[in-house]
Design a protein around this ligand. Structure first.
Ligand code: CA
Length: 618
């Protein structure tokens, strides 16, 4: 024992010196051979590493060569450009750092072999329904990781804005629940390390872009989740944030250069007016403050105009795609970063993964301003985002108004028709993500006085109109914010997700009667949509709403589905003669939710505040 302690004391100073003099970080931590783009830029961080010369073993004979070495303001960084030739072999390559003729240190860098066929990975599409989960609030599969020694925030379930202990294992444990419900793609809010003293649960303040937060699990747990999803035929959507990091990010203590982040003489908040970027009359002061202002005091604004930062973010995105077998990306606060860098990111991603889908959070309220950001938009300023998909915030807004308002010339159910009829704005209106709520807005039931009939109408709408639907976790369980206020309460824990919970809403026995009714409604509709290609990719034909009733059809060569929404409080006997141009081809149908046969299509009885979804028959 004595000898052992002595050994530790003898080794300690040596270890300490080596850590001080050596390399603390290399990012990306490893890479792959076989990408279309042979370039790779390594960020190397270590005390005075910027004053060393760097070479790679093998030299010019190797198919992995150094093409450039960049020093920046801080002597503790080096940016090393590598070219990974087409014939480069997977394996370990040694980077040597030297002081004059003396070798200072070496670093072994691994190039892995890409998973076969990973360049052909299929992104999420119209066949999918996305389920949005906040990992801290869904299920706690491992209480041992609720608190991690040395991390700044501890779990406290009694506080809405603290960590609650949910994790990756909790999500894996409930994938069969999601599969059974009928959703097909999982979007989780960011899982990367957020070692912030407060509000660390939401994940939007990264303190390490390459590491899953230990309170959620490990990087390998994330890969396990990806595999578990794929085994069930489900897809994984990663949530990425290029606009900002957390104020406790490791590089904040020693920035590579002043312009690594956007800095102001005093704290300056973004205007949050995303429309200013596409505004033809915008003042420079406004567009500058929008995109270079900080999202929050604890969220330093990353400067994507800095080419090293831009490369860093693009490579980080490719790294997670390849490492975890990801199927799609959701990009946070999409219009806030420097838009030309975002366009380059989209281009690079689609070059490596041609069938990838990426949805950007372009939080604006008009189809025209949202459409500006979709790939291929004919913008007068010539900007092309290379972003395939956008969120349908205009439909979200219309869904809040439509069922609450009295029917009028400009109000009520017409709100939905009006937004859908502006689809000519979008270069690709089918590749747009529709939703009634998400983690940043009020839960839909809260906006409708807890009227479950209206929630069902909203869900029926997003699951049957064009687009890719997104459902916020707990919607099927009637979760509400209730009397509580604030973001933390929009993101409540699912009952039964924690050991010792008094009931388990993941099971029929653990749900109330009302929750089971909603769950069954969603289960029926989601599973119908899963098997019905007209609701996925079929054409849309809709009729001007009248008498508070909005009728539309989704159709292709295999199937035609008729949707009739009654926004009146009272039951209606609805005459369908106006729809003859499409309805003339059909004699009967089957209502999807009730399973009831519809033998007379000429007149339909629809209860107040409800929807009929009828698969038509010849
Ligand atoms: Ca946990």
């Amino acid at each position: 024992m004595k000898r052992f302690i002595l050994l530790i004391f003898m080794l300690l100073p040596a270890c300490f010196l080596a850590a001080q003099a050596g390399i603390e970080r290399v990012e990306p931590p490893f890479w792959w051979t076989g990408f279309k783009n042979p370039g790779l830029q390594l960020l190397i961080y270590g005390k005075d590493i910027g004053n060393k010369a760097v070479s790679i073993a093998g030299g010019k004979q190797s198919d992995v060569i150094i093409t450039a070495v960049h020093k920046v303001r801080s002597p503790d960084y080096l940016f090393v450009d590598l070219k990974i030739g087409a014939s480069a072999r997977p394996g370990t390559y040694t980077l040597n750092f030297s002081d004059g003729k003396k070798l200072f240190t070496s670093f072994k860098y691994e190039l892995k072999k890409r998973i076969s066929g990973s360049s052909l990975r299929k992104g999420f599409d119209n066949s999918d329904v996305i389920y949005l989960v906040m990992p801290d609030r869904f299920a706690n599969g491992d209480t041992a990781n609720d608190n991690i020694a040395g991390m700044k925030e501890r779990a406290d379930r009694s506080k809405p804005d603290s960590r609650h202990g949910g994790d990756i294992k909790g999500i894996i444990n409930h994938l069969d629940y999601l599969k059974e419900l009928g959703v097909t793609a999982l979007w989780m809010t960011p899982l990367v390390e957020n070692d912030q003293p407060v509000y660390s649960y939401h994940g939007y303040s990264a303190t390490d872009f390459y590491k899953v937060d230990p309170r959620f699990g490990t990087n390998d747990d994330y890969v396990k989740l990806s595999e578990a999803l794929h085994q069930r035929g489900m897809k994984l959507i990663i949530d990425e944030v290029f606009n900002h990091c957390g104020s406790e990010h490791w590089w904040m203590k020693d920035l590579p250069s002043e312009d690594w982040i956007n800095q102001w003489p005093e704290f300056t908040r973004s205007t949050y007016r995303a429309g200013s970027i596409s505004d033809p009359y915008v003042a420079v002061a406004d567009s500058t403050q929008f995109s270079r202002g900080w999202f929050d005091k604890t969220m330093p604004d990353l400067n994507q105009r800095n080419p090293f930062m831009k490369n860093y973010l693009i490579q980080n995105s490719i790294w997670w795609m390849e490492f975890a077998g990801i199927d799609g990306i959701r990009q946070d606060t999409y219009p806030y970063p420097f838009k030309d860098a975002m366009s380059e990111w989209g281009k690079r991603m689609l070059e490596e993964y041609p069938d990838l889908n990426i949805v950007g959070e372009c939080w604006m309220n008009y189809p025209a301003t949202v459409a500006y950001w979709q790939k291929g938009s004919k913008n007068v300023d010539g900007f092309n985002s290379n972003l395939p998909s956008v969120f349908d915030f205009p439909i979200h807004d219309a869904l809040i108004q439509a069922f609450n308002e009295k029917e009028g010339w400009n109000t009520g159910i017409l709100r939905l028709y009006e937004i859908i009829s502006q689809d000519f704005s979008y270069p690709d209106p089918k590749n747009i993500v529709t939703f009634a709520d998400n983690h940043d807005v009020n839960r839909y039931l809260d906006t409708q006085n807890d009227d479950i009939r209206k929630l069902k109408m909203a869900m029926a709408f997003i699951l049957t109109t064009r687009g890719i639907p997104e459902i916020f976790y707990g919607t099927e369980l009637l979760m509400t914010t209730g009397a509580d206020k604030g973001h933390g309460s929009i993101r409540k824990d699912v009952p039964g997700g924690w050991p010792g919970d008094v009931r388990n809403a993941f099971t029929a026995q653990g749900r109330t009667q009302a929750e089971n009714d909603m769950y069954n409604f969603m289960h029926t509709l989601l599973n119908f949509r899963k098997s019905n290609t007209s609701l996925q990719t079929g054409k849309l034909l809709h009729f001007i709403p009248s008498d508070g009733i909005y009728t539309y059809f989704r159709y292709n060569s295999q199937s035609t589905v008729m949707v009739v929404m009654n926004n009146n409080e009272e039951q209606k006997l609805h005459e369908t003669g106006r729809y003859r141009e499409i309805l003339k081809n059909f004699k009967s149908g089957k209502e999807v939710i009730s399973g009831r046969d519809v033998t007379d299509l000429s007149k339909l009885t629809i209860p107040g505040k409800s929807v009929l979804i009828i698969e038509l028959k010849h």
